[in-house]
Design a protein around this ligand. Structure first.
Ligand code: G3P
Ligand code: CA
Length: 288
């Protein structure tokens, strides 16, 4: 199957069907990326420093960080627009100043929800800012950052771009890109592309049924995206190869068990968002 795919890729390159925009940043095709979904969220409270630490120790390719923004314009790591699910507070992130948000506990909920995984250390966790994450990990990890809810956060893209510049994270590397930016919101990604074309962007899709993209979808994606992120239950091999032949990497979310990660590898996708980063340990990394 992999041989067939490589033949198709070569035919594609000869036919010139890869990304058309010279500013689209490639992501190495020869590596199956393990992306720690919300940190090592199977083991620790998502989007906390300890969840990212565990992912880093598991030697993942990327730590995934969903972004929300406080009332005073600070980017913080959180999946939901509201703090209710993952802290002991209530209400919208946008209604909290950073100082107020920092009073919340970001780990107790996990111990209550998953007593078998509970750890008293988790109860020391607070909501991290993106800047704190950059200061903590520096160059030691690669970052896969999602612009969440950009419609409600004016200037979110500019703020992310400014932070990436401040920490010298917008640069070409010989290995994997240091930063990948993702969003379900196309406008947010095209705005970001205008700011920082040196960064690879992933357009997320949430297909309700079978994944499908039209010729015009691909043409549009090729102007700003290096790949797509798609829910695993919606895809088949034809869809994945079609996307790849159109010059797009395919990353699947969200992998919850070892069978799914092996299936994803067999499907020739380019990477997976996984809650348990150790699932990837036994996968071959070189093409056979
Ligand atoms: O970003 C990929 C995947 O994380 C999208 O789902 O809801 O976990 O952000 P979600
Ligand atoms: Ca995400």
């Amino acid at each position: 199957m992999r041989l067939l795919f490589f033949i198709l890729v070569i035919l594609c390159l000869v036919a010139g069907c890869d990304n058309q925009d010279g500013n689209i940043q490639p992501i190495a095709n020869d590596k199956f990326l393990i992306i720690a979904h919300r940190g090592a969220s199977a083991f620790a409270p998502e989007h906390t420093m300890i969840a990212y630490e565990i992912a880093h120790e598991a030697d993942v390719d990327y730590i995934e960080i969903d972004l929300q923004m406080t009332k005073d314009g600070v980017l913080v790591a959180m999946h939901d627009e509201k703090v209710d699910r993952t802290t002991n507070g209530t209400g919208f992130v946008k209604e909290y100043t950073l100082e107020e948000l920092k009073q919340l506990n970001a780990g107790k909920w996990f111990n209550e929800e998953y007593p078998g995984l509970a750890n008293r250390e988790f109860e020391q966790e607070e909501v991290p800012t993106l800047e704190e994450i950059f200061m903590h990990f520096g160059d030691d990890v690669n970052y896969y950052i999602e612009l969440k809810s950009p419609r409600i956060y004016k200037g979110m893209e500019e703020e992310l771009f400014a932070l990436l510049k401040k920490y010298d994270l917008i640069r070409e590397t010989q290995d994997l890109p240091k930063v990948i930016v993702e969003s379900f919101n196309e406008d947010s990604l095209t705005n970001f592309h205008a700011l920082g074309p040196a960064l690879p962007l992933i357009q997320l899709f949430s297909f309700k049924e079978k994944a499908t993209l039209s010729h015009s979808d691909y043409k549009r994606l090729q102007t700003y995206a290096s790949g797509i992120g798609v829910n695993i239950k919606s895809v088949d091999q034809d869809f994945i190869h079609d996307a790849q032949l159109n010059g797009l990497q395919v990353h699947l979310y969200s992998i919850k068990n070892e069978i799914d990660v092996k299936n994803a590898f067999r499907l020739d996708v380019n990477g997976v968002f996984i809650d348990n980063p150790t699932f990837g340990e036994h996968l071959p990394q070189e093409e056979s």
